[in-house]
Design a protein around this ligand. Sequence first.
Ligand code: SF4
Ligand code: SF4
Length: 411
Amino acid sequence: MNEDEAYEYVKNTLRKEKITPFRPDEIEIVKSVSSCINCGLCTNHCPVVAAVGVDRFSGPRSIAVELSRSPPEYWSAADKVYLCTECGTCREVCPKNVDIPEIVNMIRARIFEHRPDLVPKAFMSVREIIAEHSLAFEPWANREEKEESRDMRLEHLGLPHVPDRTEENADVLFFPGCQAEERAQEVREAAKVILDFFDVDFTLLNEFSCCSLPSHLMGDEVTARALAEKLKQKIKRLGVKKVVTTCAGCTSNLANLAERDGWGIPVYHMLEFLAEEIGYKAISRALRKARTFEAVHVSVHDPCHLIRYTSRQIMDYASEILAVIPGVKVTTSEAHDSCCGGGGMVSYHSDDVANAVVQENLIALAATGAERLVTPCPLCTAQLENSLFKNGSPIEVEDLTVFIARRLPKE
Ligand code: SF4
Ligand code: SF4
């Protein structure tokens, strides 16, 4: 009996008791909890604890403790695990490498499997959309209206429309992610403008489907694994050599899947692709020839899924690219790497918590004097835009992929 067969055998024997055994890849995470030395650093750095207090969210250490309890008891953790934004700060500061965000995901998965009545209702609505459309957002009902909306956005931003391409054996698969595919269409279009400008041989999927991260975050592991497998097969059929995405969550999730499921090809965020594959010389040459744009004072928000789940170096690339764009002044906010409040799907069911978490960010941002906030993720862009609007701030938000594409010379 191999490891997978043994897992299924044990799982079936425990079904009646509502227990799901840990998969081999989860056991390391479970073991990490036993090395906790109760130093409390994770709790001190948790943005949700700071924003709403320990009475509302008892914090990372108490989530870790839940794993040492038997399942009926960790059902009582439902009020905690759904308030974690999975920002990854606790894991970053933990001296013993306790992986709290993955513990949150494991508990969410077990609640989803055995106590779906405890799962936030908003997650179940998203699940229905994913089941029907393989997308995390309800797609546009009318294709013409979707294209009209896209064209209006492009006109407003002064961006050209690069037609979609679907070709086998292209060098790069551009994967926009659900947000850019259905909502922030300007990000999808801007990425195509950049790839086309630098003569990258790219393709899109002929039928876009979700990367699986939302299903994983809500604990729906069956759907997450099915979506991941579907995507793997599509990528295999296309025969591409690299994947490029513009979403922070997609970047970290696809990179994990590529490793876990043996895709055999690398995954890049657009900023990484620009810095590592196109090169600063070519970017600098292009951006210096850019159309004259009025000088702009910006601040940069670092998405958690890039800096704490992928690599902090990606945001160094962002700084270096911004440095070669004429007329751009950058002031770093003291909370540049603090959570936007949108992680872990918290805003779907507890908008008050998401809004409380982002306050530190907004105060620090206002202190920079910047007129625009840029960030390389359409989900962070939407979350921050919404928060700034609700708080009456005049600061605009722009996705960094769009910001860069707008400043390329028109061919
Ligand atoms: S991942 Fe972030 S929000 Fe969740 S417990 Fe850790 S520090 Fe707190
Ligand atoms: S930072 Fe790590 S070791 Fe310290 S209390 Fe938190 S989980 Fe335990």
